[in-house]
Write a protein that binds this ligand. Structure first.
Ligand code: HMG
Ligand code: MG
Length: 306
């Protein structure tokens, strides 16, 4: 079986994870989390989002978070921007990369961005023009690639068309979001088959799995076998989606690192530092980790074999 030699893990916990928490954390708490994640050597940390605070109040202090973090040389600090107003704020915060985000279904697009798919893509045009002149990389997200909470099944062909659109607009990669975690190894395989057959280069794809049905790691193994070498993950499995009721967290970063270690795939992340970041956020939220690997490794530390 062919696997990539090296995988880039994109940490989305401070954004995708914390945007879904009932209580908002302070900028200082979030910055401490980001600094601990940086200490683990993660190459990309999605640190916040510059969206309407009426829509996602949990992210309202993203500018203060960016001011408070200690940036490490090998790490890119990124943020979500839905429109030009968000881009202005992201530029002020000196982010290294921004992300635009669209949905594969009209219903989800309305709920998440209050606009049709076509309208959201048009809204992104000025973001692409301005980031191009600033030489700032842009990531594209697609939500609901393996199922929609409002429309059910999603055709891989629709995902393929929108992935192509985002790449043609200038995104350096497209993160394929299984927003509600209904994807399976089979549907992941059918999706990637379609995208690669349509000529989309695997180097431009990232996989973004939520673990609602416990399928995230299985789906990621399939994606790795197709050559996908960028994986989104969230510390301690934080997350969900405010516009996808019942969706649980993203696949846990600790679980992804454990998986990659087992396959001998290079990732550059120090698992013990990652566990420390997971312990910290668990204490702040008063909650156990959703990461099975973190829980097992912590139990082994707490009860060493005699
Ligand atoms: P709208 O209400 O249609 O837009 O929202 P508007 O332009 O009429 O603005 C309404 C108000 O928001 C105005 O304030 C604007 O100034 C303000 P008012 O004048 O009424 O006081 N506003 C902003 N404020 C701060 N920053 C901004 C901004 N833009 C407008 N950037 C809008 C449209 C797109 C803004 C809104 O729907 C929005 O912010 N949506 C974001 C929703 C979101 O963040 N969802 C979660 C992220 S996506 C996700 O989690 C999925 C992903 O993880 C992949 C996966 O899991 O599958 C990526
Ligand atoms: Mg997500």
């Amino acid at each position: 079986m062919n696997y990539p030699d090296k995988v880039t893990v994109v940490e989305v916990g401070p954004r995708d994870g914390l945007q879904n928490e009932k209580s908002s954390l302070s900028a200082a708490q979030k910055a401490t989390l980001v600094d601990k994640l940086s200490a683990s050597g993660l190459p990309v940390i999605e640190t916040g989002s510059f969206v309407s605070p009426r829509w996602v109040p949990q992210m309202a202090n993203s500018d203060a978070v960016f001011s408070a973090i200690t940036r490490q040389a090998g790490t890119r600090y990124t943020a979500l921007t839905p429109n030009e107003k968000g881009l202005d704020a992201a530029i002020d915060a000196q982010v290294d990369e921004v992300a635009i985000f669209a949905a594969v279904t009209e219903s989800f697009s309305r709920k998440n961005l209050n606009a049709s798919i076509e309208e959201t893509l048009q809204r992104f045009e000025p973001i692409m023009t301005r980031t191009r002149s600033l030489n700032m990389p842009v990531r594209g997200y697609l939500s609901c690639v393996l199922g929609c909470p409002y429309e059910g099944q999603v055709a891989p062909e629709a995902v393929s068309l929108l992935t192509r659109r985002l790449l043609d607009m200038g995104c350096h990669e497209v993160s394929l979001g299984d927003t509600i975690g209904t994807g399976t190894a089979g549907s992941t395989q059918r999706l990637l088959d379609t995208l690669l057959t349509d000529g989309i280069a695997v180097e431009h794809l990232a996989m973004h799995c939520h673990d609602t049905y416990g399928q995230a790691l299985a789906n990621l193994v399939i994606a790795l076998q197709y050559g996908v070498a960028t994986i989104d993950a969230s510390i301690a499995g934080l997350g969900g989606c405010p516009y996808a009721k019942g969706a649980t967290g993203n696949v846990a970063t600790e679980d992804v690192i454990y998986l990659l270690d087992g396959l001998g795939i290079e990732h550059g992340v120090d698992l013990s530092q990652l566990l420390e970041a997971g312990r910290y956020i668990g204490q702040q939220l008063g909650r156990d980790s959703q990461s099975r690997a973190a829980r097992a490794l912590q139990a082994a530390l707490d009860n060493p074999a005699t």
